[in-house]
Structures are given as C-alpha cells and as structure tokens.
Design a protein around this ligand. Sequence first.
Ligand code: FE2
Length: 135
Amino acid sequence: MFYDWKDEYLIGIASIDHQHQKLFMMVKVLHGYIESGDTALVMKNFLKELITYTETHFSDEEKYMKEIGLPENLYQQHAAEHIDLMNQVKAIKTDYDSAHKVFTPKLINFLVDWLRNHIVHTDTKISQFLSKRTG
Ligand SMILES: [Fe+2]
C-alpha cells in the first residue's frame, strides 16, 4: 500500500532509519483505526502518541545534525521543515479536539506524503553531507 515503508526511504543512518520505520508503522496503525471506524478516543490518543514520537524523532535528528557539524544553513532549513510539520499536525489535532472533526484518509495521505518528501529530499542531505565529508 502507498503508506507502507519502502527500502528506498533508507538514508543509511541506522538510528534515523529505525525511527522513520517506526513512524511509518504508526501511520499504518492510524490508517487501520480510520478504516475500521474506531472510536474517536482511540484515534485521539493515538494522534497524541504520534505527535510525541515525532517530536522525539525530530529532536534526535536535530541533535545528530549538530553532532556531525552539518552546515548551519542546511540545519536551519531542515529544522524549519520539522517545525512546519509539527504546527500543521498540532492544528489538525486542535481542530479535531474543538470541532470533533473526523479523521479521514486525507490525514494519512498528508502524513505519508510529508514523510516521503521530507525523507527523500531533506533527510538524505544528512547522509550526502556525511559521505562528502568522509570522501
Ligand atoms: Fe528530518
């Protein structure tokens, strides 16, 4: 399925790849909840869990970029994408909490598209930097 993990998303840094795989697994679980029309509470709690895990992942990734000395402009661009996603996901959650909107497959499309684009275009810059550095 479109939301399944694919090895082409590997960036070659085990700790980050592992967290990306976990994020895809979580999106798949969320998709399952939406498909089976699971209770609002289950989905709400799960979205909270997804936000927490994503925040942990972003902060680990940012720490790693600092550790390896990624140039500041690349770091800033990258971190800005993380902030942007968190703002969007939090807005979705607020919408849901206040207006009791229903999660739809559109949410899954949005998350999967974001993850794929970010991994392929932005996260890979971390490994490109590493391979250039080590020659
Ligand atoms: Fe990232």
